[in-house]
Write a protein that binds this ligand. Structure first.
Ligand code: HEM
Length: 593
């Protein structure tokens, strides 16, 4: 008697599930452009195939480019990798992206962040600016905006330049030995040191060769980011409780280092024994009683700035030096601009002296060609994108190419800078080429690019929303101006001192005389392409190989880095002095300021 009942119940359940899966795969999003999904697998199998047939370890953006091409480059398309990830809407055009990033009545602070950001919760903290929403986010942003205001950041120039000496020393050593090294590594460590100085006036000692000489804070940060590498690290925590426990433990140790710093800075401010110029100082001003809750909140923001501010800027600089190394026309123009601005002496000490002298701040804003180079690198190699999600039931509608309105609630909306910024409708036939000149007359990379009224004042041509490496709208990058200043002064200090040669992937193709050969686009021909990978790699040293898997969809917010950590060798440029006055000089210059 029981058997037929059970059998019937099983048949009913199976039919229900079959229909439900079929509906979800074939019907639910049928109006969104997509590769024909499998009724059972959706796009899971397709993604597995694409990732294993492509470049090893490649950033998912590369796979999205391939899908976009197959679909005829629509403004947006769907990738359905359920249950490995939420269904994901890939946004590939600026008009569609603006619908998500702008302020609307429904979303007064733009469409909320995707829950996939929770993956990095132990790195940035529960109350991180990166993750918070609504009023809480607004208050935080208000609290920390002053520390990142351009007029304030420029006063931090000495602190930024102060971190260059160790970097230059190391680069000079590499130039002397001629050894191959990962350029991203010293740059990441430099940007880490700069963030530590700008945010809390603390030497985080990232730039030491030996691990034991680096600060405990940096070592813990490193240890924590290590827990995010390797396969399957982003599955729900209850499937990997030991790893979760380890992350919580490391995060607690980091807090134990940062909390006393917050308390000490607050005490110094109250005593009046500090000028109070760091990002942390400014956020503490006006706070009489420092509660534990505030200490915790400030800690989460410091972690957020350390996390969001070092890797991104380092990626920008790594790609910049790579592009300069293979674009002789661009390198020459950059060096000419530096000669004009800083005089013919290419020594970093001389550049730094001019930056620190009266009027130095103004020099930072007067680098139109270098700015165009930075803008073009950020266009072609955006270090980060944005993942958003409209809550279930919110009723966020998007108009598709066929005129249909589709509800896009409860799915990841990925504003894919890599696709948006290579849109042929905006950038034409040279969309994939490195052409800094396209920005001349509009080479601004500052926060003003987030302002449409300012953007349309430019006599130029390229619509503001089509350049969005820092994203746009209220949730755009708070550190945009800091990244700009860092990138400019680092390029100014080193672009004339070293000649950089890529080694391994991306190496120049030489002719029979051993000379590099220009292609029709004015860049040297290369033997292979350097491509982007997604995972957080230890201090930029890349080497661990991960089998491709669908969980990379959940980590699309993780930055896109050069695959090999940008392996290069360097030598002093022909007119650079062979002595190393810069190493001693930077410290002296700062002491005398
Ligand atoms: C080239 C360098 C950088 C790039 C390309 C970049 C890119 C971005 C992008 C695309 C976002 C938006 C993320 C989203 O919508 O989900 C963002 C947000 C953010 N960035 Fe950056 N960033 C850079 C440097 C920095 C620096 C130096 C800091 C330093 C503190 C920083 C801190 C932040 C923070 C805190 C947010 C969250 C802002 C909010 O939600 O209110 N970034 N960044």
């Amino acid at each position: 008697m029981l058997a037929p009942i059970l059998l019937t119940a099983f048949a009913v359940l199976a039919t229900y599930l079959f229909r439900k899966i079929r509906w979800a795969r074939l019907e639910q999003f049928k109006n969104i452009p997509q590769i024909k999904p499998s009724a059972f697998w959706g796009h899971l199998k397709l993604m597995g195939e694409l990732m294993s047939s492509g470049r090893e370890n490649a950033h998912p953006d590369e796979m999205f480019v391939e899908i976009s091409e197959q679909l005829g480059r629509p403004p947006c398309f769907l990738v359905d990798a359920r249950p490995a990830s939420w269904p994901t809407l890939l946004v590939a055009n600026h008009e569609t992206a603006e619908q998500i990033s702008r302020v609307t009545k429904q979303f007064p602070w733009a469409v909320p962040k995707s829950p996939s950001f929770q993956d990095v919760i132990h790195v940035v903290g529960y109350k991180s600016l990166l993750i918070q929403e609504g009023e809480e986010w607004k208050q935080l942003r208000k609290m920390f905006n002053p520390g990142f205001a351009p007029s304030h950041l420029i006063t931090m120039l000495p602190a930024i330049l102060g971190k260059l000496s160790r970097f230059l020393q190391l680069m000079d050593t590499y130039a002397a030995t001629g050894e191959v090294f990962s350029l991203s590594k010293p740059i990441i460590n430099l940007t880490f040191d700069i963030i530590g100085a700008v945010v809390m006036d603390t030497d985080v000692d990232a730039q030491h060769e030996k691990d034991e000489d680096r600060s405990q804070l940096i070592r813990l940060f490193d240890e924590l980011s290590q827990t995010y590498t390797g396969q399957g690290q982003n599955i729900p925590w209850y499937f990997r409780p030991r790893l979760e426990y380890r992350r919580i433990g490391i995060a607690r140790q980091i807090d134990n280092i940062l909390k006393p710093i917050v308390r000490q800075k607050h005490a110094e401010l109250k005593r009046g024994s500090t000028k109070g110029r760091t990002v942390l100082d400014l956020s503490l001003q006006g706070i009489d009683d420092l509660t534990e809750a505030y200490v915790s909140l400030a800690c989460d923001q410091i972690k957020t700035f350390l996390f969001a501010g070092h890797d991104t800027t380092a990626i920008l600089l790594s790609w910049t030096f790579y592009e300069l190394s293979r674009s002789p026309r661009v390198l020459k123009t950059v060096r000419d601009e530096l000669d004009d601005l800083f005089g013919p002496d290419p020594d970093p000490e001389s550049v730094i002296a001019k930056l620190l002298a009266p009027g130095g701040e103004e020099l930072v804003s007067r680098m139109p060609y270098i700015s165009a180079v930075i803008k073009e690198v950020l266009r072609l190699r955006p270090p980060a994108g944005s993942a958003r999600m409209s809550p279930k039931g919110a009723g966020l509608m998007m108009r598709m190419q066929n005129g249909e309105d589709v509800c896009i609630d409860n799915m990841i909306i990925y504003l894919c800078g890599h696709l948006i910024q290579r849109d042929r409708n905006v950038y034409g036939e040279t969309a994939d080429d490195f052409v800094p000149e396209r920005w001349l007359g509009d080479s601004d990379t500052s926060e003003r690019t987030n302002d449409d009224a300012e953007g349309s004042k430019q006599e130029n041509k390229i619509t503001p929303g089509a350049w969005r490496p820092f994203e746009r709208g209220p949730r755009s990058c708070i550190g945009q101006e800091l990244a700009n200043i860092e990138a400019r002064v680092i390029i100014a200090a080193i672009a004339r001192r070293y000649d950089i040669t890529k080694v391994g992937l991306g190496e120049l193709a030489l002719n029979e005389k051993g000379e590099p050969v220009l292609n029709e686009k004015g860049q040297y021909k290369v033997k292979s392409e350097v491509y982007q990978v997604s995972r957080a790699h230890r201090s930029g040293v890349v080497g661990r190989v991960r089998r491709p898997s669908t969980d990379s969809l959940q980590t699309i917010q993780v930055t896109a880095k050069p695959v090999d950590g940008m392996k290069v060798k360097i030598k002093l440029a022909p007119n650079a002095t062979t002595s190393r006055p810069s190493v001693v000089g930077v410290g002296d210059l700062l002491n005398h300021r």
